[in-house]
Ligand binder design. Structure first.
Ligand code: NI
Length: 196
């Protein structure tokens, strides 16, 4: 398996709309495996192909505590969105940025699995939030698009500053990120909200 490079906001490639996967073949399954490895290495709970500069409708997720329940969805399509609830969200393409936004709490979707067979599933809680976040990525949409223009500008400036610090310090990304902990909003428990 290969770890892939995750595009970071405001990279314009994050704005591309993904095309449907026409055949779930070995190459597609390999891509899904590489995306899972990339997601686990980045300690994320979800990743869309768009984020690794592949503009096909594929998302991978794992919301389990043990990190042993990978979910691969080709051509995911939301059929039903119900309820609404606010929660903190993060994104692997916006390292260290978290904000509160509202999402549907119960969803029904259809997708193709690893075997290429179509199926329907229901999701709620964290999984429902993650799927909505990742499907947004396939449309070229980011969670900061739900925030105010002012907030987006502040986030953009902060990320640019951190990227500059990272490149001058020559630090690996993880170390640079850990060093910015003081400025990173945290939930009351001290744990970071999920990064997707
Ligand atoms: Ni994301």
């Amino acid at each position: 398996m290969t770890k892939l490079v995750i595009l970071e906001y405001p990279d314009p490639r994050l704005r591309k709309k993904a095309a449907p996967v026409t055949a779930v073949d070995d190459a597609m399954r390999q891509l899904a495996d590489n995306m899972l490895e990339t997601m686990y290495a980045a300690k994320g709970v979800g990743l869309a192909a768009t984020q690794v500069d592949v503009h096909l409708r594929l998302i991978v997720l794992d919301v389990s505590e043990e990190r042993d329940r990978p979910l691969v969805l080709f051509n995911p399509e939301l059929l039903k969105l119900e309820g609404s609830g606010a929660g903190e969200e993060g994104c692997l393409s916006l390292p260290g940025i978290y904000d509160k936004l509202s999402r549907a709490t119960h969803i029904r979707l259809t997708a193709l699995g690893r075997d290429g067979e179509p199926f329907e599933m229901d999701a709620d809680g964290l999984l429902a939030v993650c799927i909505q976040h990742e499907v947004d990525h396939l449309e070229g949409k980011l969670f900061v698009d739900y925030l105010s223009e002012l907030k987006r500008q502040l986030i953009r400036r902060r990320l640019e500053k951190e990227r500059k610090q990272r490149s001058t310090a020559g630090e690996p990304r993880a170390a640079a990120r850990a060093g910015t902990g003081a400025a990173t909003p945290r939930t009351p428990s001290g744990a970071s909200p999920p990064a997707l």
